[in-house]
Design a protein around this ligand. Structure first.
Ligand code: AMP
Length: 405
């Protein structure tokens, strides 16, 4: 089965083509082809490569007023992907949908009703759900009746218990959909399963904290394979400090700023794009640049790094408290996979729980590895984020079950 995966972000679009035969492989396959588009204003950088290593790069100007997803994917495919990703060669298309609200737990075949529900949820995730709907409609136009599957980033967190998802605001909020949903669920679930595989093979009753630290950052507390707590909430703004997002703040700051005349749109912009590492350091939202500047003695880069780590440790502690213990701590995504500095600082205060990092293994840049000392009471893993592969697997499973009856 050939599975095309569309993973749309607010300013990026990733597309992969996987082949999965009749048996699901234990480890992620290499995609036959993958392309990534990064938007910067009306400029888009396009990069693609196939499994044999052939690469393609281009830069285009995106026209205003038409769907940027359609323009970008058309441009990407007009190059050389038609041969591998032509409509006739694709059996199913999987889409990452950021917010499935309370309605969607499991991956769903996209029907007109599912599309309406995704559109309804767009008010909860305005930067994402509408771009993802554009992707679904683009595929309908180009690929006709090929089955499409929605995989929800919120789905894994649908197991959160009530005290973890109800906000202590007015009780009526709940009926209006104002509750904690959690995000990055596709990768938190994948990482918890991968950690279990690396440990013993079974999720059993394992207590795992997964740290997804990328442009967006969130943690999940996973008990026996179920998400029981997470740091993101109603929107992907709650919780940890991020590249350009603030994470949790005293809500009194917002009401104070509104009394000073700030509008909702201005606050959205401040908290989502002008906060976090970028705002504190004054130089960048990228952890690589923060660490480099800190090493050169830049005081605000040092402060940004220290706030990031301070909040990360507090939230890891909160996840462990919810779980009542911890068997494994997992680091994943851009920062989690690539920053030995962040991993070392995050673990440094958990020696009292028996977390003992191996500094040599922590410094080694190889993938999916145990970086704790052999006598550490808690295993610490680095797991490469494999969202696209997880979505391909979910679509394969859904279609195989449907075909199998
Ligand atoms: P992601 O959203 O998972 O693609 O992660 C992107 C982020 O990972 C970037 O913005 C960087 O902050 C971070 N990152 C990538 N490589 C490194 C690295 N070598 N060291 C520290 N941070 C990194």
């Amino acid at each position: 089965m050939k599975i095309l995966v569309l993973n749309a972000g607010s300013s990026s679009q990733k597309t992969c083509l996987y082949r999965i035969e009749s048996v699901l492989p234990e480890h992620p396959s290499v995609p036959l082809w993958e392309g990534r588009i990064q938007l910067d204003g009306d400029q888009a950088e396009i990069r693609a490569k196939d499994s044999r290593g052939a690469t393609f790069e281009d830069s285009i100007k995106v026209q205003q007023g038409t769907s940027s997803v359609a323009q970008l994917l058309d441009n990407l495919w007009s190059q050389k992907a038609q041969a591998v990703a032509a409509p006739s060669a694709v059996d199913v298309v999987a889409h990452r949908i950021v917010n499935g609200g309370s309605e969607f737990k499991d991956p769903a075949l996209i029907t007109p009703e599912v599309k309406t529900a995704i559109a309804r949820m767009a008010s909860l995730a305005p930067l994402h759900n509408s771009v993802e709907l554009d992707g679904i409609e683009f595929i309908e136009k180009r690929f006709g009746s090929v089955p499409q599957v929605a995989v929800f980033d919120t789905g894994f967190h649908s197991s959160l218990p009530e005290p973890a998802y109800v906000y202590p605001g007015p009780y009526e909020w709940l009926a209006r959909g104002i509750r904690r949903y959690g995000f990055h669920g596709i990768n938190h679930q994948y990482c918890a399963e991968r950690a279990a595989q690396l440990l013993s093979g079974e999720l059993g009753s394992l207590k795992i904290v997964t740290c997804h630290l990328g442009n967006g950052c969130s943690l999940a507390a996973v008990h026996a394979g179920q998400s029981v707590d997470t740091t993101m909430g109603f929107t992907p703004l709650e919780g940890l400090m991020m590249g350009t997002r603030s994470g949790s703040l005293d809500p009194g700051i917002l009401t104070y700023l509104m009394r000073q005349g700030f509008t909702g749109a201005q606050l959205d912009e401040l908290l989502n794009r002008k906060s976090g590492l970028l705002a504190i350091s004054g130089i960048s939202g990228d952890m690589r640049e923060i660490v480099n500047a800190m090493k050169e003695g830049h005081p605000r880069a040092k402060l940004a790094f220290e706030i990031f780590v301070h909040r990360l440790r507090s939230c890891i502690g909160a996840m462990i408290a919810t779980l009542g213990g911890i068997d494994a701590l997992v680091f994943t995504a851009g920062i989690g996979e690539n920053s030995p500095e962040v991993r070392a600082e995050a673990c440094a205060k958990f020696g009292f729980l028996g977390v003992e990092l191996d500094s040599v293994k922590n410094a080694q840049p190889s993938q999916d590895r145990d970086i704790s000392q052999s006598d550490s009471a808690v295993r610490v893993f680095v797991v490469r984020a494999q969202e696209d592969w997880a979505m391909a697997k979910a679509a394969w499973k859904l279609l195989s079950t449907k075909v199998g009856g």
